[in-house]
Design a protein. Structure first.
Length: 246
């Protein structure tokens, strides 16, 4: 079959990109560092701790992994438009642009899923090691799956936006600022309920008990809205990629 071969080729390209591993390192080391800092602060002052359970401490850091997922999603496509313009070779080797973009999307999903599968258990384990309290396995699994889905959808949205711009600079700056410094949808939600329907605000409850602000959509409706945004952006990106010159 053609698709598995194209996915395999795209996977090999992705694992050779320094930017992909930079994204993975940001997600893993960033989440782990924030978790350890919070956990030791709680351990040093148990009477005044804001987060009681190790899960709460761990998942407070998980949104930082969105930055790593964004870097991965952007780099998978923007790498085609570097100085050597590998896009021409990629399109010549694959019969169809839709197939190329589909393979890249699959690789983004798989790569982020692997990063999440390593990062989240390590982060939860580190919090539990420092705090010394038990963790509910079913709750931990559910919250890990939700956070992984948020990371994956964020990476796919980053991929779609990068298709529009071709360059990775603008998507990286805008999306990283939005996910780590100033959330534009969060600011909008302060003045209008429309902010809750934007992707990151809609899906924020996928992290479980971690809440940025009150109100908005529930976990399942929010996940569906974020997924709908992802599908819409990918469909638009596919149409643009399929019609314009390489």
């Amino acid at each position: 079959m053609i698709l598995p071969r194209v996915v395999s080729a795209e996977w090999r390209k992705t694992v050779t990109l320094p930017a992909s591993w930079t994204g993975a390192a940001v997600a893993l080391l960033g989440s782990l560092l924030i978790t350890m800092l919070n956990a030791y602060a709680v351990h040093a002052d148990p009477g005044g701790r804001a987060f009681v359970a190790p899960l709460e401490i761990a998942f407070t850091a998980m949104p930082l992994g969105t930055v790593g997922a964004t870097v991965i999603g952007v780099s998978v496509f923007s790498s085609e438009y570097t100085n050597d313009r590998r896009i021409t070779t990629s399109l010549a080797a694959v019969p169809g642009r839709v197939l190329t973009l589909a393979a890249k999307a699959i690789v983004v999903v798989l790569f982020i899923a692997v990063v999440a599968a390593v990062t989240m258990p390590l982060t939860i384990g580190a919090a539990r090691l420092v705090i010394g309290e038990t963790v509910s396995v079913p709750e931990a699994v559910a919250r890990c799956l939700g956070a992984t889905l948020f990371w994956i959808l964020s990476g796919l949205i980053a991929l779609a936006i990068t298709v529009f711009t071709r360059s990775g600079v603008v998507p990286l700056v805008v999306l990283i600022v939005n996910s780590s410094l100033v959330s534009f949808s969060l600011l909008l939600s302060k003045i209008s309920s429309l902010g809750f329907w934007l992707p990151d605000m809609a899906g924020r409850r996928l992290f479980g008990g971690v809440q940025a602000t009150e109100g908005g959509l529930g976990t399942v409706p929010g996940a569906l809205v974020m997924a709908a945004w992802t599908v819409l952006l990918l469909a638009a990106a596919t149409a643009v990629f399929n019609r314009r010159d390489a």
